[in-house]
Structures are given as structure tokens and as C-alpha cells.
Design a protein around this ligand. Structure first.
Ligand code: UD1
Length: 349
């Protein structure tokens, strides 16, 4: 029996697969490599010494999905595949609805057809919109403010309907806060195709000299130093959260939603300082205007995941900075982009 990981070559996926392989699971990866590279899976293999089966297909290809489900005995699915750039989703909403909704529906239909009813779904703290208070609990009101966020919220709602219709399903919805950091080996990490939108990938590109300076988006928020506050979580802690959620899914039925965060908030200035201190590199930065759509402050109440999944994040902000930096300094532009994207990859790494 295997665990199917969609979007397995991506940032969250590759780290999650390492932890799943380390825990002894058999893994099948489904990825269209639209925003990731086969190289990351080769590196996962090098790190763990374990093999996995890889299908280079798009969720929208019905025949491809049919092949994956008919050729393998799949026990559970961890669904991470999806597009995630907020700005792009505003410009190209139909592309986001097509990929994140139609692709997801096709996956759920295949699961239903083959009676695979155990699912971990990657959602996002973005579904809380602008929270009235912090820390944010899972039962706070939900309101997405852009097409990307709406696709996450819509899939959450679809899952509630699905569970209502068939209580044999076992579903965990994981709402990620701000994943940063990289595997401590420095071999895999976040690798945005273009100029990064997110804070830490931007900082590491400035640190390595690929970008000149960081623009701090607003210093007039009602926060400790005026800059935005977020709950940054080490991607390895996040990956371990998926393993715990999967264990829960395999042992029972039901639908549960969990915040995956640390419960601590750091401001942009605090992140710059932590990075400068732990990595010994100055990050040139200047204050610019607020980024439209940003909120002042967001951090999780992770108590539910701790109580029910026996999971909590343990890695410090310093480890997050050092690991992000190790990954970035080991992997200059294009290093990890080896391997043809368009080549038909159906292989075992
Ligand atoms: C972003 C996404 C959100 C997603 C989350 C998880 C947007 C608007 N939101 O959230 O949907 O769920 O990532 O990865 O993209 N900042 C700067 N300068 C920069 C970049 C960021 O000052 O160059 C600040 C932001 O204003 C914010 C903080 O850094 O206060 C974190 O930003 P970012 O890493 O983009 O994450 P979020 O805005 O929380």
C-alpha cells in the first residue's frame, strides 16, 4: 500500500516526502513540474536512500489519474498540488480556478472511484482573511480575499460536503501559516521560479547578492515596530505535521481542520535582525508602502493540533534562518533546475 503525494516535487511536498519515507511509508509522487523540478526528487532519494515512484502528469489529465489509481494500491492521498501566487491569481483567476478546483475535483473523483477515502489537504491561513483577534483558532470566521485564497476555501467546503455524503472518509485539512527554512542538509528548499513574493526567499536572494535590497512593505501597521507580523514555521516541522495528520487519517474516520503554526508572531524587522545575526550577513533594506491585500498581524493558536495530533513545531526562528541560508548559498541560480521538465517522466528515483 502506498501514499500518493500530489505536488510532491514542490517545496512542501519534497520535505513532506522525506519525513514520510523516514517513517517507512511507500510513496508515489504525482507532479506536473510546472513550478518544480525532478531534481528535487532525486535529492530526496539521495537524502533518504529510499525509492519512490514518480508520475509526471497533470491532475487535469483524466487518463493519467486513471493510470495512477489503477496501477497502484493507494492507501491515502496527501494533496499539495496547486498554484499559489496570490498576485497572479488576481490577474488570472480562471487559471487558478481551473487548476486548483477542476484538478482537485478530478482527484477526489478518482479517489471515490477507487475507494481511497483518506486525505490530507493543504489549505492556508489565508482563509481567515483579516482576523479580528490573534492568536487565530480553527473556528474563527473564514473569508478569502483573493482567487487563490478562495480556491482553498472552496475546496475546504467541497470536503465538508463530501464527508457529509459519506462518513467513511477521513480528511484532515491543514491550514499552513508561513512556512520557511529548508532541509538541514541544504539540498532541498524553496525555489521560486521568478523574483520571490514571500519575505524569506527574498531576504536570502538579497543575502546572496542576486537582488539589491529588500523593500519592507509598510512600517505603519499597529504592531510592535510597525511592520507586519507573521507566524513563521520551519518547513520540516510542517512536514512532520503531515505525517501526524496522515497517521490520524489512517487510524480513524472524520473531518478535522488544524492550524499548523508555532503560535509565535515575528515582525518583518525581527526577521531581518534574526537573519543578520544568525547568518552574519547584512540585509540592505528600506521602508516602502504597504503591499495591497496584506494584513497587519497573523499568528496561529496551534493547540488543537497539539492536543489531537500530538504535533507541535519545535524549530526556532534561528534554525529557520540558518537552514534557509544554507539552502540558498549551496544552490545558486539554476543549480537545482537540472532535468528536463517536458520530458515524459514516469520513473523511480
Ligand atoms: C503570503 C500570501 C498568502 C500565503 C502566505 C504563505 C500574499 C499577499 N499572501 O502571505 O496568501 O498563504 O504567503 O506563504 O502574497 N514582506 C515585505 N517585503 C517583501 C515580502 C514580504 O516586507 O518583499 C512582508 C509582508 O508585508 C508581510 C511579511 O513580510 O508582512 C510576510 O510576507 P509573505 O512572506 O509574502 O507572507 P504573507 O503576506 O503572510
Amino acid at each position: 500500500m502506498s501514499i500518493l503525494v500530489t505536488g510532491g516535487a514542490g517545496y512542501i511536498g519534497s520535505h513532506t516526502i522525506i519525513e514520510l519515507l523516514n517513517a517507512g511509508y511507500e510513496i508515489i509522487v504525482l507532479d506536473n513540474f510546472s513550478n518544480s523540478y525532478p531534481e528535487s526528487l532525486k535529492r530526496v532519494h539521495e537524502i533518504t536512500g529510499r525509492d519512490m515512484k514518480v508520475y509526471a502528469i497533470n491532475l487535469l489529465e483524466k487518463d493519467g489519474l486513471e493510470e495512477v489509481f489503477s496501477e497502484n494500491k493507494i492507501q491515502a492521498v496527501i494533496h499539495l498540488a496547486g498554484m499559489k501566487a496570490v498576485g497572479e491569481s488576481v490577474e488570472k483567476p480562471l487559471k487558478y480556478y481551473q487548476n486548483n478546483l477542476s484538478g482537485t475535483l478530478a482527484l477526489f473523483q478518482a479517489m471515490q472511484k477507487y475507494s481511497v477515502k483518506k486525505l490530507v489537504f493543504s489549505s492556508s491561513a489565508t482563509v481567515y482573511g483579516t482576523p479580528k483577534t490573534v492568536p487565530i483558532k480553527e473556528d474563527f470566521p473564514l473569508k478569502a480575499t483573493n482567487p487563490y485564497g478562495r480556491t482553498k476555501l472552496m475546496v475546504e467546503e467541497i470536503l465538508h460536503d463530501l464527508y457529509q455524503s459519506d462518513n467513511d472518509w477521513s480528511i484532515s485539512i491543514l491550514r499552513y501559516f508561513n512556512p520557511i527554512g529548508a532541509h538541514p542538509s541544504g539540498m532541498i528548499g524553496e525555489d521560486p521560479a521568478d523574483i520571490p513574493n514571500n519575505l524569506v526567499p527574498y531576504i536570502t536572494k538579497v543575502a546572496v547578492g542576486e537582488l539589491d535590497e529588500l523593500k519592507v512593505f509598510g512600517a505603519d501597521y499597529p504592531t510592535k515596530d510597525g511592520t507586519g507580523v507573521r507566524d513563521y514555521i520551519h518547513v520540516v516541522d510542517l512536514a512532520l505535521g503531515h505525517v501526524k495528520a496522515l497517521e490520524w487519517n489512517l487510524s480513524t474516520t472524520g473531518l478535522h481542520t488544524y492550524n499548523l503554526g508555532t503560535g509565535k508572531g515575528y515582525s518583518v524587522m525581527e526577521i531581518i535582525q534574526a537573519f543578520e545575526k544568525t547568518c552574519g550577513i547584512k540585509i540592505p533594506h528600506s521602508i516602502s508602502k504597504r503591499r495591497p491585500g496584506d494584513i497587519a498581524i497573523s499568528f496561529a493558536d496551534p493547540a488543537k493540533a497539539e492536543k489531537e495530533l500530538n504535533w507541535s513545531a519545535s524549530r526556532s526562528i534561528e534554525e529557520m534562518c540558518v537552514d534557509s541560508w544554507r539552502w540558498q548559498s549551496n544552490n545558486r541560480v539554476g543549480d537545482n533546475k537540472k532535468g528536463k521538465k517536458d520530458e515524459e517522466i514516469e520513473a523511480t528515483f
